[in-house]
Design a protein around this ligand. Structure first.
Ligand SMILES: C[S@@+](CC[C@H](N)C(=O)[O-])C[C@H]1O[C@@H](n2cnc3c(N)ncnc32)[C@H](O)[C@@H]1O
Length: 262
């Protein structure tokens, strides 16, 4: 969960690697725009636009695209790559755009990182024209067949067990909760669609290579001497069992949400 300042620090660092690491965002960005089905010429605001997975797809559909993100480096890259997109640094809680300025607001994989998704939806509704559309994608959290990896990570990186979240801390945003929030924010007719993105990897070393730039490379050096090697050995054993038991497949999934401002 991040504020705009935290998002800026985190996503500025990721600017070069973001769409390599999160390789599925480009496909889901296209899916989200297809799902929203904007008429050519629609005024579209993509919030938390990142490298532009959704904004690029909207541009290809003939929309007039405005993009904002807390990360100035992401926005500079997007503006350089697609000068037709009006891309600028901005806070999605206070976009500064006029009431009713857009026909469609999109947010790809953004709602799940926000501290206050209800406040964000209120702002998105404010900048939508009556009859406008909101379209959001939400990552579906599922450990699935990587449960062994989660157990191994807890053993090495959180000995004694994972800390319980404080009782007043909200859990991860679910697709049901997001639909409720849409209705509470005054949006009508929420509908959603599931997207599955299974990603097969060849063998245990390929899984290791895939995991390293996604956090392991920072976590392993923090282990006591010798534990890093032990983690690597146990990781490869776990991955080999997964490989033997139906193959190494990463089970990414998302839901697309669409609703209308009455
Ligand atoms: C998971 S990325 C998604 C990027 C892009 N929409 C995509 O589909 O690939 C979340 C993005 O939300 C942005 N973000 C988070 N909080 C924000 C805020 N308060 N205002 C503007 N952008 C924010 C981050 O900088 C980051 O680029």
């Amino acid at each position: 969960m991040v504020t705009a300042a935290q998002a800026k620090a985190k996503y500025d660092q990721l600017v070069d690697r973001y769409e390599d690491i999160f390789f599925y965002v480009s496909d889901v960005g296209r899916d989200l725009v297809e799902f929203a089905n904007p008429a050519p010429g629609s005024r579209l605001l993509d919030v938390g636009a990142g490298r532009g997975a959704v904004a690029r797809a909207a541009l290809a559909k003939g929309c007039a695209v405005t993009a904002i993100d807390a990360s100035p480096l992401m926005m500079r890259r997007l503006a350089d790559e697609h000068p037709e997109i009006s891309a600028s640094e901005g806070d999605l809680y206070r976009t500064g755009f006029a009431d009713g300025a857009f026909d469609l607001v999109t947010a790809g994989f953004v709602m799940q990182v926000l501290d206050d998704p209800a406040a964000a939806l209120a702002e998105f509704r404010r900048v939508l024209a009556p009859g406008g559309t909101i379209a959001l994608s939400l990552e579906r959290q599922s450990v699935g067949r990587l449960a062994w990896f989660q157990d191994l990570s807890l053993e090495f990186f959180a000995p004694g067990g994972a800390a319980e979240p404080p009782p007043d801390q909200p859990g991860p945003l679910t697709h049901d909760r997001l639909d409720e929030l849409l209705v509470e924010a005054g949006f009508a007719h929420p509908v959603r669609e599931a997207v599955e993105i299974p990603t097969p990897l060849a063998d245990p070393p390929a899984l290791w290579d895939w995991m390293m730039p996604r956090g392991l490379a920072e976590m392993i050096p923090a282990l006591p001497p010798g534990r890093g090697e032990e983690f690597h050995r146990r990781f490869l054993e776990g991955a080999q069992r997964m490989h033997d038991d139906g193959g190494i497949v990463l089970e990414f999934a998302a839901t697309l949400h669409r609703a209308y401002y009455r």
